[in-house]
Design a protein around this ligand. Structure first.
Ligand code: HEC
Ligand code: HEC
Length: 370
């Protein structure tokens, strides 16, 4: 846990502020009063036109402000102290982002409540804002890279329910500017060597944040059921009154949480399948890609369409998974590859996740031939 941002403290602060300060920031301003409300109203007015155009990509008419400071989500940008109404959260199994450290928050609109679901994405009201911040730590520096923002603009079952963009930090760390088209820079990586870092363009977000996965990907019961700062994270959200209908103790007890790759208490199978769920299933679910397998965590391995399955690409030359043989498993080969066009995931990562590779290798090796 990184001391700089003291995430656990922020949850406590956000919780108190949610109850006591009517969603206000310390200076009395809320992003809802400033930028967010007029933008959303404008959006609601033009939505029928946009919907008619069947825009599946993020539309430039729906603007986020040019500077992160204008969003008002951080009370102090230099220390990244969030506005009091922001709720910090952690996920059990993060998306691999080439070794970056990530910090996450959300902000409900005034009076807005979350629709709880045991499985699949929770339902967030229109106007909810999500922040994911990225730092890259090298042996001698912590570089502040980018802060991604998503806003729910329509019910999650419709296409383009979400608008998003990333904000790239200036060298002085005083503010970050919105980026519209993909940009690649070179930065010192975790081992000190220079690595390429791609800032995703606005169209890129929609490749992963889709209507099929609900648009908001990481806020699910399986991802959020974890102990943070000594208490259960979902129970804390419930006790802060953030759910429209509070999940019961029995419902919470029935959740099977995703496991981190390094969680010694979780089985190899759960760790490997959690990784595939959090890193691949936002695309690899029914209807998501031309490929036929489904790695959502709710699918048992026997139903995932992986073991001994013939790939759709005829030139692949091996099944998706050959039990006992990682080197003859296309899933393993593509996640371990750095060749563009072959590498999975196909965007937002160029550095192989060595620890994931080790776990997947062990997992496939341990499968009995069948
Ligand atoms: C390669 C797929 C991929 C791309 C491209 C991508 N994201 Fe995400 N994003 C994810 C996944 C998976 C999660 C959930 C896991 C996590 O939080 O680590 C996530 C989480 C988020 C979150 C937290 C809320 C949520 O949905 O869980 C925000 C905010 C976010 N992304 C913003 C963006 C923005 C803005 C862009 C484009 C500039 C973008 N993302 C591009 C895969 C992607
Ligand atoms: C942004 C969406 C996206 C993400 C995220 C993604 N994939 Fe894919 N994947 C695709 C698409 C599209 C195809 C089909 C085209 C191709 O084969 O390149 C594909 C194809 C594949 C195939 C070949 C399937 C076949 O039958 O030929 C494998 C294996 C694969 N992906 C594994 C993974 C793994 C493992 C992950 C997670 C680490 C992952 N993918 C993440 C979009 C994605």
């Amino acid at each position: 846990m990184n001391q700089e941002y003291a995430i656990a403290d922020q949850i406590a602060v956000s919780k108190t502020s949610w109850k006591n300060t009517d969603n206000r920031m310390p200076d009395g301003k809320s992003p809802w009063c400033g930028w967010l409300r007029p933008t959303l109203l404008l959006f609601l007015l033009i939505w029928p036109t946009l919907a008619a155009a069947e825009s599946k990509t993020l539309n430039s008419a729906r603007q986020l402000p040019p500077l992160l400071s204008q969003l008002g989500v951080f009370a102090d940008l230099s220390s990244l102290r969030p506005a009091a109404a922001m709720v910090a959260y952690e996920v059990n199994s993060p998306l691999w982002s080439d070794g970056a450290d990530k910090f996450r928050w959300f902000l409900l609109p005034p009076g807005g409540r979350i629709g709880y679901r045991a499985e699949g994405p929770w339902d967030f009201p229109i106007g909810t804002l999500f922040i994911k911040h990225f730092d890259l730590v090298s042996p001698d520096s912590r570089r502040r890279l980018e802060t991604r923002v998503l806003v729910v603009e329509a019910p999650s079952t419709t296409a383009a329910s979400i608008v998003g963009a990333t904000y790239v930090w200036n060298a002085a760390r005083t503010d970050a500017a919105r980026v519209d088209a993909t940009e690649v820079v070179t930065v010192p990586g975790r081992d000190g060597h220079q690595v390429a870092w791609g800032f995703p363009g606005r169209q890129d977000c929609a490749q992963c944040h889709t209507s099929l996965n609900g648009g908001v990907i990481g806020l699910t019961s399986a991802q959020l059921r974890r102990t943070v700062g000594g208490s259960d994270q979902i129970e804390r959200l419930r006790d802060s009154g953030l759910f429209a209908a509070s999940p019961t103790a029995a419902q919470l007890g029935a959740i099977t949480p995703l496991a981190d790759l390094h969680d010694a208490k979780a089985s190899l199978d759960v760790r490997a399948r959690s990784y595939l769920a959090s890193n691949c299933s936002h695309c690899h679910l029914p209807g998501g890609t031309p490929a036929q397998f489904d790695v959502r965590f709710i699918r048992a391995l026997s139903e995932a369409g992986l073991v001994n399955a013939i790939p759709v690409r005829p030139d692949a030359g091996m099944p998706l998974i050959t039990p006992g043989r990682p080197e003859l498993s296309l899933l393993y080969k593509r996640i371990a590859s750095t060749t563009p066009g072959e590498r999975m995931p196909p965007l937002a990562s160029v550095v192989v996740d060595d620890q994931a590779i080790a776990v997947l290798r062990e997992w496939i090796t341990a499968m009995a031939p069948r």
